[in-house]
Design a protein around this ligand. Sequence first.
Ligand SMILES: Nc1ncnc2c1ncn2[C@@H]1O[C@H](COP(=O)(O)OP(=O)(O)OP(=O)(O)O)[C@@H](O)[C@H]1O
Length: 967
Amino acid sequence: MSVSTKYRDQLSELKEHQKLTKQARDEHAKKAASAIKQLQRSAQQAAQDLPPAVAAVSQTLDELEQHFTEQAQAAEQALRQAPSAPDVFSVDLNRIDWQRHDFRQELLATAITSGREQLYQFNDGEQREVPRLSQLLSVNRSYVIGSHDDSQAQAAAALGAMHERVCRLTAMMPHSAKFTFIDKQGLGANFIYQSSLPRTRHVSADLQKTLEEIMADIERINRSFTMQVQSLLQFDESIRRDEGFEFIMVANFPEGLERRNIEALARIAENGPRCGKYVFLQLAPGASYPSGVSLKNFKNAVRIGSDVLDATAPGRGYVPVTPPVMQAIFDGAKAVEKQASDLSFDQGTQFSNDLSQWWQDDPTRKVSTPVGGSGAKKNDLQIWFGEGQDSVCAHGMLGATTGAGKSNLYHTFILGLACRYSPQDLQFYLVDGKQGVEFDAYRQLPHARVVSLYTSPQLARSVLQELVDTMERRNTLFTEHGVASFAEYRKAGEPGGKMARLIAVVDEYQTFFEDDRDGEGSELMLKLVSQSRSAGIHLFVGSQRFNVAGMQKQQAIFGNMHLRVGMKMTAADITALNEFQSGGKTLLRACKEVGQAVINDSLGDDSSNLSGRIFRMQDETRKTLLAQLQQKWQQTYPETTLEAPVILNGSEQPKLLENPQLLHALKSHNQRPDAAAWQAFAQLPEHLGGLGATEWYPVERPRAFWLGKKPTIYGQQALIMRCRTAENVLFIGDNAEARVGMLALMTAQLAVAHAAAQVQVFHFDGAIEGSPWHGVVHAAAQGVGLPLHELSDEQLASTLTELVTELERRRGLSAAERAEQPLIYVVLNDIQRCEALQMQEGRFGDQQPSAAGQQLQLLLQKGAELGLHLLVAADTLRGLLGVLEKSALNHFRHKVALQMTDDDSFKLLNGRQAAKLQAAGPKPIYALYVEEMQNRQEQFKPYAFHDLADLQATCASLRDALTRWER
Ligand SMILES: Nc1ncnc2c1ncn2[C@@H]1O[C@H](COP(=O)(O)OP(=O)(O)OP(=O)(O)O)[C@@H](O)[C@H]1O
């Protein structure tokens, strides 16, 4: 029972008691008087025979008198002890200490103090005054204060009563009372306090526009009613608060109003109360109406009459609120935070604490989860993908301005589904935009296949490409098994292996179309959205607005995005959008608070709009759910280790030990793979952890080295070396971290490619001693236990001569014998600093290679076919050309270029591509892999050297992994 009702009941009980006591006393007194008369008559007749009887009667009378007096005193006593009204009901708001009032409490104004009444006059003359309560929110009424016949003074009192009502409503409902002040004649002077109030509606200069907005709100609220819920008061509390009760206060009615304004106000007065909108008119004295309208238009109006307005009469009227008190009330209401009105996640997933109920839903036809509640129900806002009874929902999009609650919606959606479907039935690709790390937490989600953070445009497009590839692989599988779709494949018992529905959630999806002159992103998206539903693949993309810059073929793409979710957006964006019809747009305009959303699963058609509030996903809840999901996985599939998702991070350099291809090669072989095993690994597609290399002929003794990460989901930057002409590698560019990092890790990977006995490694380190780059290659080789012949500058020349001799020897061998020879690698770090190789002045003043330089060029030219390869690093082209002739560049089949000058890039690659690598900033470091013979150029993120400890740790792990092969 509300405080107001309880209080009212108490008062009426007391009044009733008082009335009964008085009645009983009067009645008894009357009876006694007539009894006395009769007795007297009888007594006279009976002369003096009966004096004892008279005495007895008079004693009884005394007793009765005493009894009634006691009763009356008890009643008075009780009245004096009757409770005084709660703050917001008290007649005089000025008497309340508003500093101490608890504004967090909401008291719905179903009853409100509308004046005062005298209840009782005590014997000692004291008068007890109590508030007069009248109904407000629960009745279909509008209110008229004052009269057109009033004097100016009375009109002022009426306005004062209106202000008092504003104060009282604010104090009663600080969170859900909203005001619209209309003061055409006074130009706002009658409501100077309106900016101090927490919630007011802006009144446009064109009043009609504002009134139409209110009517549109009424229409919208009416639409959210159901058979069970037919007034705002019956709404779920959290949603009702969002909506709020609106009081439209009109001063000096109808001065300054046009006929259409009055008609609109009358419609609001009549239809508003059910939807929480109430009209109060303060009547201007002696006003005249535009023709055709009058106060009679307000059919449900009740008058707040002259007795209430007579503020001064004791025992009657309202008490005007003084300006400081008004300010105190408004300040108090403004200061309290909007009370938590969230719908929590477990209102939609009631079983969220009972793990045994998780993963029970069947994804065959569709996947769906509640994400929030409309007014009438707590969990009827759903997001689903797949095929319904007579509709489909293939893909979805979300438009929301920053801070509207977009991330929260993603979390609610992802975890809602993750609780309902097992990771074997549903999996996610989670892609954050360029600046985003929202999905970072989902590294631990058993359902996550790919988590991509700080995603670059190129990487984002490659996610689309991967989804298209997956779709095509699925379609091929369906054909093999004679089924047409994901649903049929599942119904057939998944004959070709388990298959989950895939949902790609992409935040800031405009990334697909950035730097995309060829329109590849749009093509891929169109292909995916128009074909992937039957393969059980769905896309859910979000951005600040639905249509984003750079997108082509928008109409065709959006024609497949059945699901549209709109949250708070700018008015201009709402007006411009075509993804919702007019009803949907009206609902969107009402999404003014975080978490409010409109969901439509029929391409925006107005018949399918649902609006409400999204469940709030607290960080704590999210963490708990993720931990529980892991636990559930372990319980359900104790034998299967959880396959870690592919993590892509656009802002970091990749790590060798996170390379799934290398890990796959290491883990899937118990001993060093032979030529056939390497070939099988090489031919395995990248998405299955293989190299995806088509050309791999054992006769060429091919081997793979990884240099970094390609900007695709599964792609790793691999370099395949073979015993073929010019199979040498040049690392060139200014960035020493990347240059030496790749060179060192490539050296370390020699231990993966070859058993120690089958390889010889020579190393010259030109990096300045004492610099961080000196000794890095050495440390890497040592770390993996690879023997290294360290060469000083002086030793280099003689070693090169020996190697030339070795080549001569090998040339004399049969092909079969050659294949048995160990492979030789000569690793030259910072070659530009090698004294022995510096160009010398020729006879005609021209630059000629030194004797050692000539040997080197010979090895570059002839070595690779015979199993001798050079891995060379130089900081600039100019430095390199100080030790080698330009023509020698042709002997590097593999070039890895880092950021360099325009000039160097042109000379090396005939284009500016290597000069633009770091155009967007120094981090992350990019490199360009150039494969001359196949004319391939690929940009990638190279492994980089951070510090020695990090490198040693990497090499130690690699060595550990390799010991399994050597046993
Ligand atoms: N449905 C909701 N109910 C209550 N509070 C919410 C709801 N959704 C979000 N919030 C709160 O609003 C704030 C912003 O939410 P969120 O981060 O989801 O917004 P966003 O639109 O993703 O913002 P941005 O674009 O800046 O990342 C958070 O503090 C969040 O807790």
